[in-house]
Design a protein around this ligand. Structure first.
Ligand code: SPQ
Length: 435
C-alpha cells in the first residue's frame, strides 16, 4: 500500500468535471468476507474494496483457517464453514477498523474459537462495551486485562442464548454484532434500534439464504440456520463518493457523475442534505443487484443554503458529517448539526477534530456537545491540517484545498488508504491541481 505522509494540495481554480467509479463499499466488503467465511463452500466477491480496513478483515479470517485469495477487487473465499475454523496462532489485528472488531466480537462469541482481538492505537481507544455488554447477556465470554471496555479483548466462543435487545444508540455495528451472535444462538434474537442504521448485514444475510425479518426498527433472526455460499457484487461506496459530491456542489461550473453507486436508502442522507441545501442532484438508471440498490448519480454546482441536520437523518449520513461541515462553510446561513454525539467515538473525536482543522482555514465553526454550528459562506485560506489518523478527516482536508486560497498541507494523509485507495488519482482526474 502506498505510504503518503504529508501532502501539499493546491488548486489552480476552475471546475471539477468527469465521471467516477468510486471504490467498493467498505461496509458491504467487510460483510461479504465475514459471511463468505461463515458459509461452507466457495463465495466470490467482485468490486471488493482493497482498502486497509477490509484487508484487515481478510487477514483475520485467513488466520482462522479460511482460504481467501484476492486479485485486485476480486476475492474468492473457500471456507470449511464457521464450525471448521481453528484457533489463531496470534492475536487478530483489526487495524483501524471498528467494523471489523465489533462484528468479529459478535461472530466469534458463538463460534468454537478462542481468540484475542486487538487494533491500532486509535481503535484501542474506541468503546467496545456497546457490543460486549449485550453479548454477555447472551452468555458470551470475554476476558480483558483492563477495565476500560476497550481492545485488546479475548473472546472465548460459547453456547449462546437468544435475546431481545433495545439498543440505546443507532449503530449498524452493534446491530450486526448481535445479529451474527443471534445466528449462532438458541432461539430468536430481536434487535430494536432508535432509528434505522445501515442494513447491509440484514440484506446480505438474506442473500446467503438466512431468514431475517425486519419490522419497523426491529430486526429478528432465528438461531441455528445455515448459510449458502454465493457470489457478491459490491457497489461503489456512497461515503467515498460524498467527498466529490460535496466538491462538485460547492465549486462553480462543476459536474461529476458517479456510476454504479450504492444507493441503499439507509445510506443516502447525504443526497437528501445536498438537495435541501439547494445542490443540483439527479439520479438515473436505478437498479438492484442481490438486494442492494444502485444508480448513476450526478451532482452539479449551485448556490447553497444552510440546513439543520438531526434526528433519524444522522445514522443515514454519520460518516459524511466531516465533509458536510466543510460544505456548510460555503453555504449561506448557519448550519446546525445535532444528535451526532456518536462522532466523538469514531477514529478520532470527529466533532473536535473537524472544528479545529476547519478553524485553521478560517472557517466559522464551533463544536457543540452533540454536533457543530457552521456559518457561511466563508473564504477559506491555506494552512497545514492534520488527518488525526482519520481517513475521513484526511479527505475532508484534501477537498478543502479545492476551495481554499493558498496551499493546504495534509499531515498523516496515508490514513486515506483505509477507505479510499486511489483517492488522489481520482481527485487529479477531475481537477487541474498539482499534488
Ligand atoms: O469501521 P469504522 O472504523 O467504525 O468506520 C466508520 C467510517 O467512518 O468509515 C466509522 F468510523 O464507519 C462506520 C459507521 O460510522 C461503519 C459502520 C458499519 O459498517 O457497520 C457503521 C457505522 O458505525 P456505527 O458505530 O454507527 O455502527
Amino acid at each position: 500500500m502506498e505510504k503518503i505522509d504529508k501532502i501539499t494540495a493546491s488548486f489552480e481554480g476552475g471546475a471539477l468535471n468527469g465521471t467516477l467509479h468510486v471504490p467498493g463499499d467498505k461496509s458491504i466488503s467487510h460483510r461479504a468476507v465475514m459471511l463468505g467465511a461463515i458459509a461452507k463452500g466457495t463465495t466470490t466477491i467482485s468490486g471488493f474494496l482493497a482498502g486497509e480496513d477490509c484487508l484487515s478483515t481478510i487477514r483475520i479470517f485467513s488466520q482462522l483457517g479460511v482460504n481467501i485469495e484476492r486479485s485486485g477487487t476480486n476475492v474468492t473465499i473457500k471456507s470449511p464453514g464457521i464450525t471448521g475454523w481453528k484457533n489463531p496462532d496470534e492475536a487478530l489485528d483489526a487495524g483501524n477498523s471498528g467494523t471489523t472488531a465489533r462484528l468479529l466480537l459478535g461472530i466469534l462469541a458463538g463460534s468454537m474459537v478462542t481468540a484475542e482481538i486487538t487494533g491500532d492505537r486509535y481503535l484501542c481507544k474506541r468503546p467496545m462495551r456497546r457490543v460486549t455488554t449485550p453479548l454477555t447477556e447472551m452468555n458470551a465470554k470475554f476476558e480483558s486485562d483492563h477495565v476500560a471496555g476497550t481492545l485488546p479483548l479475548t473472546v472465548k466462543g460459547s453456547h449462546l442464548k437468544a435475546m431481545s435487545y433495545e439498543m440505546p444508540i443507532a449503530s449498524a455495528q452493534v446491530k450486526s454484532a448481535l445479529l451474527f451472535a443471534g445466528f449462532s444462538a438458541d432461539g430468536t434474537t430481536v434487535v430494536t434500534e432508535k432509528a434505522v442504521s445501515r442494513d447491509h448485514t440484514e440484506r446480505m444475510l438474506q442473500q446467503f439464504g438466512a431468514n431475517v425479518q425486519t419490522e419497523g426498527t426491529s430486526v429478528s433472526i432465528v438461531g441455528g440456520q445455515s448459510l449458502q455460499a454465493c457470489n457478491v457484487k459490491v457497489p461503489g461506496d456512497i461515503s467515498s463518493a460524498a467527498f466529490f459530491m460535496c466538491a462538485a456542489a460547492m465549486i462553480p461550473g462543476s459536474t461529476i457523475t458517479f456510476k454504479d453507486l450504492g444507493l441503499n436508502p439507509t445510506r443516502t442522507g447525504i443526497v437528501d442534505v445536498l438537495k435541501e441545501m439547494g445542490a443540483n442532484v439527479s439520479i438515473e438508471q436505478e437498479f438492484e443487484v442481490e438486494g442492494e440498490p444502485y444508480g448513476e448519480l450526478t451532482v452539479e454546482s449551485s448556490n447553497l443554503r444552510a440546513v439543520e441536520i438531526s434526528g433519524s437523518l444522522i445514522p443515514r449520513l454519520i460518516d459524511e458529517l466531516p465533509v458536510i461541515a466543510l460544505l456548510a462553510t460555503q453555504a449561506k446561513g448557519t448550519t446546525i448539526i445535532k444528535d451526532a454525539e456518536e462522532l466523538r467515538v469514531k477514529e478520532t473525536d470527529r466533532i473536535e477534530a473537524v472544528c479545529s482543522e476547519l478553524q485553521k482555514l478560517g472557517a466559522s465553526i464551533e463544536p457543540t456537545p452533540d454536533g457543530m454550528r457552521v456559518t457561511g459562506p466563508t473564504k477559506l485560506k491555506g494552512a497545514t491540517l492534520s488527518s488525526h489518523g482519520d481517513h475521513r478527516l484526511g479527505m475532508m482536508a484534501a477537498i478543502a484545498s479545492l476551495v481554499a486560497e493558498g496551499p493546504v498541507q495534509i499531515e498523516d494523509a496515508s490514513s486515506i488508504n483505509v477507505s479510499y485507495p486511489g483517492f488522489f488519482e481520482h481527485l487529479n482526474s477531475l481537477t487541474r491541481s498539482k499534488h
